[in-house]
Write a protein that binds this ligand. Sequence first.
Ligand SMILES: Cc1cc2nc3c(=O)[nH]c(=O)nc-3n(C[C@H](O)[C@H](O)[C@H](O)COP(=O)(O)O)c2cc1C
Length: 204
Amino acid sequence: MPDVTPGPVGTATEPLKLAVILGSNREGRFGPVVSDWFLSRTAARADFTTDLIDLAETDLPSALSFSPGPRARAELAKVTSRLAAADAFVVLTPEYNHSFPAVIKSLIDWHFYEWQAKPVGFVSYGGISGGLRAVEQLRQVFAELHAVTVRDTVSFHRAGERFDDQGRPEDPVGCDTAARTMLDQLAWWALALRDAKSVRPYAA
Ligand SMILES: Cc1cc2nc3c(=O)[nH]c(=O)nc-3n(C[C@H](O)[C@H](O)[C@H](O)COP(=O)(O)O)c2cc1C
């Protein structure tokens, strides 16, 4: 039997659709080590189904447009419907120069309604800051998009030293606890907002 535990919302309701956005497309990136571990945590829960959106697999133009051409439409086709389908998001972000990567901002700015009235959690990593400055900036951006960011963050400072050669965290218990705390908060908001939107549309 797989180690699948029901989340706090139980199994009576349809699982929440969680889009996990891997926000580094840098050559030689560390991000997949973090996302592989995090996906193992979401897989152990019954209250979410998870879709990994790896921004290294998209190439959205840096120039925004209200009438995108064929190239932009092809790139948007890879992600937009998946964002729209999600009940909740987790953004995995490294920290670059005290902020988050441009590729995350590009994904955010190419979309609008897809973020609205949905919760967003964060897994961050980096050097000394553990990506927390990137997260605080993302909170401001998501507020503008009528999204709700959850309080607790999973954060890895000096991330390269926090995982072994097989990608296992060196403090699995602490990391699992941090992930559970964040995902529990995300599930609460996602369920509350999904229920509310089923009664009345969000008034943006
Ligand atoms: C351009 C650049 C800027 C960075 N700036 C910071 C920083 O301001 N603070 C920090 O803690 N780490 C910083 N780092 C370290 C990264 O957060 C760390 O290398 C992380 O693993 C990068 O994620 P990635 O490998 O998935 O792209 C920076 C790395 C790069 C490449």
